[in-house]
Design a protein around this ligand. Structure first.
Ligand SMILES: [Mn+2]
Length: 404
């Protein structure tokens, strides 16, 4: 059997912080999630999959644009026409208190707020059970694993779908442990929520498909979906398929010697022209700490003129989002705390719960709500807060750990 595992489509994603982008690139980017969805359906048709799993966060928010809704419906209809079932759930971004307002094509099963199991028969006459649930509210703070049934002997395969992340009861995104998932004896766990594609267990696979389209410079690299195929030994094996040609890239530039504004500009644009030859790369450049810039180049870098001039040289395949210089590694602590102590303090103070408590009623503000709904792990929150602190107060910790 063969199925498609995708998650975190975020069809209405706002792509914050790109107001400087030229109009045509901005339009391409705004259309990118819908274009990726169209390619996803193309892929399902080409691969003749037995079914499609969409594991939460189809939309960026609880209320959607008519355009995104219509696009999703018409893409699901394409699958309906060839009788490919779709099993989908809503996640923390697009949680739905009332599923009765949705009218999907007949090939679509929407998981309800309680874990339920659907049984399908593949083209090879295998029986496949698929279990999952949707978010009915913004947070699911209990471990959902107990509600998933064990695999039974009447099924050839059992697939779990789960939008959440590893954590403890009280965490906001359906906290689970990999061990608990494995105890269900499923053949595959299709995860959503974390936007970075990753494998939590190799066999049976417990896998995040990642999101369909990177939405900001923190979501780098190829994005797409997984085609999962059964092998002769009954194991299920996921294969990544890229579905977007607009990719965010971190680029540590290699530079050597001394540069004027003009020579720096030409070496950067030459290297970008050579490196980015297809699709569109939204590039965050980092100059090495050791590079020597003359006065004019230094001023152009710090005041933004260098970025503006590089943007003027951009072609259809690359766009510089920002240019930074790598922080030089300090050799002596400036405030008498070592890196390990600093990290330990951060872990205690900066927790998802603490941040949610601090936010309180501010969660009613849409923009803050969106920021908090970002799929940020406690480690990422810690890194971000600690980085802000170090930047703000020019703190250093002896350089043992680069916070990134
Ligand atoms: Mn998401």
């Amino acid at each position: 059997m063969k199925f498609l595992h995708a998650a975190d489509l975020h069809l209405d994603t706002p792509f914050l912080g790109l107001s400087d982008l030229p109009g045509d690139l901005q339009q391409r980017l705004i259309q990118a999630p819908l274009a990726a969805l169209h390619r996803l359906v193309d892929l399902a048709l080409d691969e003749r999959v037995d079914f499609v799993l969409l594991v939460g966060d189809l939309f960026d928010s609880q209320a959607q644009s008519v355009q995104a809704q219509a696009a999703l419906m018409s893409e699901l209809e394409r699958l309906h026409r060839v009788q490919i079932p779709v099993l989908l759930s809503f996640g923390n971004h697009d949680f739905q208190p009332d599923l009765t307002t949705w009218h999907f094509p007949a090939n679509v099963h929407v998981f309800g707020p309680q874990v339920e199991t659907v049984t399908l028969t593949t083209s090879a006459q295998e029986r496949v059970a698929v279990s999952g649930f949707s978010y009915g509210q913004r947070w699911v703070a209990t471990d959902p694993t107990a509600a998933y049934p064990l695999k039974t002997s009447t099924e050839d395969y059992h697939v779990g779908t789960l939008h959440g992340q590893v954590g403890q009861a009280g965490d906001h995104y359906a906290p689970f442990s990999v061990g608990e998932l494995l105890e269900k004896h499923y053949d595959y766990w299709a995860l959503g929520h974390i936007h970075q594609r990753q494998t939590l267990n190799a066999q049976p696979p417990v896998v995040y498909a990642g999101n369909l389209q990177g939405r900001h410079r923190g979501e780098t690299g190829a994005k797409g979906a997984l085609i999962v195929t059964s092998r002769g030994d009954h194991q299920l094996v996921p294969t990544f398929k890229a579905l977007t040609d607009i990719v965010w890239t971190d680029w540590p530039v290699s530079l050597d010697g001394t540069y004027s504004r003009a020579s720096l500009l030409s070496v950067l644009s030459d290297q970008l022209n050579a490196q980015a030859t297809h699709g569109l790369q939204l590039v965050s450049l980092t100059l090495p700490a050791s590079v020597h810039l003359d006065e004019g180049a230094e001023l152009a870098l710090t005041q933004g003129a260098l970025l503006a001039q590089l943007r003027a040289k951009a072609n259809a395949h690359w766009w510089p989002v920002q240019i930074e210089r790598a922080a030089s590694t300090p050799t002596t602590p400036q405030f008498g705390v070592n890196a390990a102590t600093w990290q330990a303090a951060g872990q205690q103070v900066v927790t998802a719960t603490a941040i949610a408590d601090l936010a309180g009623n501010l969660l009613n503000e849409a923009f803050l709500n969106t920021a908090l709904l970002e799929d940020t792990t406690p480690e990422q929150w810690q890194a971000q807060v600690m980085r802000l602190l170090t930047d703000q107060y020019h703190l250093t910790t002896g350089g043992a750990n680069h916070v990134d």
